[in-house]
Design a protein around this ligand. Structure first.
Ligand code: SOE
Length: 389
């Protein structure tokens, strides 16, 4: 069986996922066969060029005609186009994979998660960093209790592409289209990773309350190719303190003004028996400190048998990069879609097998992250701690 995939969006994320789809048959022969069937966008000329470059069979400028015609729908457009097409696809019984953050607002994320629960088909939020082998290794250590009781959790995501005040305005600077700035774009990743790593009840649990601070350093930016200046209506940076259910303390931070840092996503966790640190800029490594060994941090090279995907790639030691995380998440998501399809024919009405929760992170996980983002923003506005509902 070949899954026909329809993809909305052909820029950065469109390319990252198209690359992943094209790698599957070569490196993951046990993945379902997929066809890059139709690429969806508004500008027909740009769309045609992108379809040629990214290997799509056809193009469409109308997502409504696509969402129930394909076997899987990928929503990789800007945040403000996440809700309607994704909900329409789910209502048509089509599995949906959506980029993060799930939506610009909590209300839209709730509608999307409700539609996903109602549809009962696989649904995923594309938090690709869960699929870094070092992160999976860290999760294994945490789940096995090797770090003991969790006390401190730290996550920061640093970029610098807006530190130049002349850097052009884009949809990512607009509250209507993006929802928030560094908070939603980068903070969503951190919140999701921390939920993934320590969110279980026997570790730190969920985030319970937050105290947030948002800052916009440059209030307007030039529109590329014109004299027009446009307002920046989102944050350039955020920081937050977090209290977890089980009493652990967290600090979170992200910035687009962290001079010299291009894509530095760092996680640190301290437990009663040890600590660990991870940096996306050294994603083949995990640093682990075990208190009883008194040797400080030791680097675990996650390029061998502890990498769950190593058999699919190169011999151990041949390192992976950022784009591989997209291949891994596409493999897992499409495998969930294929196993669901073999159990329940699509669009036949009646009860579905309810396998929508077989892939994680799901829309429910996207919504859980969104609740944290919303609480951080509310806390900044009220200048007080806010509980996460
Ligand atoms: C922003 O610059 C961005 O592209 C995010 O949108 C992605 O999610 C992140 O992986 C890299 O940075």
């Amino acid at each position: 069986m070949t899954l026909e995939v329809g993809v909305l969006g052909y820029r950065f994320m469109g390319k990252a996922h198209a690359n992943a789809l094209s790698r599957l048959s070569m490196f993951f022969p046990d993945a379902p066969d997929v066809e890059r069937s139709v690429l969806v966008g508004r500008d027909e000329d740009a769309l045609s060029d992108a379809a040629d470059q990214l290997g799509f069979e056809s193009i469409a400028t109308d997502w409504e005609a696509v969402v129930d015609d394909v076997d899987v729908f990928y929503n990789l457009g800007p945040n403000h186009v996440h809700a309607e097409p994704s909900i329409a696809a789910l209502e048509a019984g089509t599995p949906v994979f959506c980029e993060k953050p799930l939506a610009p607002t909590l209300a839209e994320a709730e509608r999307m998660a409700d539609a996903a629960a109602e549809a009962g088909v696989p649904n995923g939020t594309a938090f690709n960093y869960r699929f870094v082998p070092a992160i999976q290794h860290a999760k294994g250590l945490l789940e096995a209790g090797e770090l003991g009781e969790i006390h401190h959790v730290r996550g920061r995501y640093l970029q610098d592409w807006l530190v130049d005040p002349e850097a052009p305005w884009s949809w990512r600077n607009d509250a209507e289209m993006a929802g928030s700035g560094a908070l939603g774009d980068l903070g969503a990743h951190t919140v999701d990773l921390l939920r993934f790593l320590v969110g279980d009840d026997d570790l730190a649990g969920e985030m319970e309350r937050v105290s947030g601070h948002l800052q916009t350093f440059v209030g307007e930016r030039p529109v590329d190719g014109s004299d027009e200046m446009r307002s920046v209506t989102v944050d350039d940076a955020y920081s937050a303190q977090v209290e977890f259910e089980n009493g652990a303390m967290g600090t979170l931070e992200a910035s687009r003004f962290a001079t010299g840092h291009k894509n530095d996503h760092t996680i640190e966790i301290h437990g009663s028996k040890g600590s660990l640190r991870f940096s996306l800029e050294r994603l083949n490594e995990l640093e682990v400190l075990r208190a009883d060994e008194n040797r400080g941090y030791e680097t675990v090279l996650v390029t061998d048998e502890s990498d769950p995907y190593v058999d699919h790639w190169w011999p151990p030691g041949h390192v992976l990069g950022w784009e591989h995380t997209f291949v891994h998440e596409n493999y897992e998501f499409l495998s969930a879609v294929a196993s669901e399809s073999s159990e329940t024919p699509r669009n036949e009405g009646g009860e579905t097998a309810g396998a929508g929760d077989t892939f994680e992170p799901s829309f429910a996980d996207g919504l859980a992250a969104q609740r944290v983002l919303e609480a951080i923003e509310a806390s900044d506005e009220k200048r007080e701690w806010v509980s996460i509902s």
